[in-house]
Design a protein around this ligand. Structure first.
Ligand code: ATP
Ligand code: MG
Length: 431
């Protein structure tokens, strides 16, 4: 073994979720399960590894994800694989592979789990991050599904006590009307060529719509004056968008039309949207919008993958973004303090009895904490204090001999001795 020090930091762009941070994640997962149940989404899990060409074809060659963000690898057998950068293509693959079109349609599924993109790490941006997504696949091409996905996503954020949620909503039309718009857009950008970044100069050649998705501040300024796609929608796309807006009105979705939302993936058509929350600065002076996730209709994806035309709509949130927004908005999701019981045992016979007592409590559905590996009364009391316990159950030699246990109220210091066989009932009474 070499003597070189091992690098003990997590890999760049990855992060640990430590025990004390888990409760927020658990709240989030619970919220996901809850809204999934309300709106009848079934869970689906797909592998982390997929074939490279799934995303090259599905997401599109001229997107940021495929151009520069994929973790690709070649197996010993020579297969080209990728750590999945997004969920929708993988779910479409599973839908085709397992003939899920034979189940009742539309199929409503949700997922959550890790995704991988080779991006420059910064606040809210990682190389391994988690997403939760909802998809409605197959059946009729009805705008009502667009709104069902949005209401599910909205209710998830509301269940996490977010306020000031807004949905930026747009339609990017179909292949036909988008082609006309692309020409207009290109003309506009040609006249502003000098103002935009290098990437955008390249985007003009291979994916003009992506010009509107650039985060460069000079490009953002140019974007403000760009032509709006909504003016160019064809009659069927216009009708579809109008119906989406009518349903959105009916449900009072907090939406605003934003003609510059285009999304970073190629498979989208018609409805696209992004979810934002307003975050106040620490001094309360300034608010900024944080993008938590987005989605849209992807009626072309199944054909791109060689399957028959299948209408679909979906969205995904970044889970780290949500957790960071919870912190930034000072949302308190901590559970109400429950009364905790702490077991203290001195000496081997007492420890034996203590172990059985913990089991007896567990059988009655009551959790008992302990620090039973420590020997002294002082050390164990200190541990009970750290836990914030309400009562200590103390077992010493004398108690073992008398088949009893001391219940000590840790706030008042008042204590009482009860028979071992009665202690569970006694604690139940106090809880
Ligand atoms: P962005 O514009 O922020 O790069 P995107 O267009 O790549 O997002 P999607 O691919 O639709 O967005 O992903 C949906 C959500 O997933 C994003 O809004 C964000 O919350 C989250 N997400 C995307 N990339 C990352 C990342 N590298 N790290 C953490 N979260 C991410
Ligand atoms: Mg991105």
């Amino acid at each position: 073994m070499s003597k070189k020090n091992i690098n003990l930091s997590s890999v760049k762009g990855t992060h640990d979720i430590l025990p004390h941070e888990q409760f927020v994640w658990e709240k989030l997962r619970k919220g996901i399960r809850h809204v999934a149940e309300i709106y009848s989404f079934s869970r689906i899990d797909t592998p982390i590894l997929e074939n490279l060409d799934l995303f090259q074809r599905g997401v599109g060659e001229a997107t940021d994800i495929v151009e520069k963000q994929m973790y690709t690898l070649t197996t010993k057998g020579g297969d080209k694989l990728v750590l999945r950068p997004e969920g929708t293509s993988a779910i479409a693959r599973a839908y085709i592979q397992h003939g899920l079109s034979h189940m009742s349609q539309p199929l409503k599924v949700y997922y959550d789990g890790p995704f991988f993109r080779y991006e420059q790490p910064q606040a809210g941006r990682y190389r391994q991050f988690n997403q939760v997504g909802f998809e409605i696949i197959g059946g009729e091409n009805d705008p009502i599904y667009d709104v069902q996905v949005m209401i599910t996503a909205l209710r998830l954020l509301e269940s996490l006590k977010f306020k000031n949620i807004s949905i930026h909503l747009n339609s990017i039309g179909c292949k036909a009307c988008r082609a006309i718009y692309k020409k207009k857009l290109l003309n506009y950008y040609k006249n502003n060529k000098k103002e935009i970044c290098k990437d955008c100069n390249r985007r003009m050649l291979d994916n003009p719509l992506r010009l509107l998705d650039c985060k460069d501040e000079h490009c953002e300024a140019v974007k403000k004056e760009a032509p709006s796609i909504i003016d160019d929608l064809c009659t069927p796309c216009r009708k579809h968008f109008k119906e989406v807006l009518e349903y959105a009105e009916e449900l009072k979705l907090p939406y605003q039309i934003d003609p510059f939302i285009v999304r970073g993936l190629d498979y989208y058509n018609r409805t696209v949207f992004e979810f934002f929350v307003e975050i106040e600065s620490a001094d309360g002076e300034k608010t900024t919008s944080l993008a938590l996730g987005g989605g849209g209709r992807y009626d072309y994806l199944f054909e791109i993958l060689g399957h028959r035309n299948t209408p679909a709509i979906g969205m995904a949130f970044g889970m780290e973004r949500i957790v960071e927004a919870i912190k930034a908005c000072n949302i308190n999701l901590l559970p109400r303090q429950k009364n905790k019981i702490f077991l203290i045992a001195i000496g081997i016979e007492a420890k034996k009895k203590g172990l059985s007592l913990i089991e007896e409590f567990a059988g009655s559905g009551i959790n008992v904490s302990e620090s039973i590996g420590k020997n002294s009364l002082g050390a164990q009391l200190k541990a009970s204090d750290k836990e914030g316990a309400s009562w200590a159950l103390i077992l010493g030699q004398k108690e073992v001999f008398k088949e009893s246990v001391i219940i000590r109220d840790l706030k008042t210091g008042v204590q009482e001795t009860v028979l071992l066989k009665k202690v569970v009932a006694e604690i139940k009474k106090r809880l």
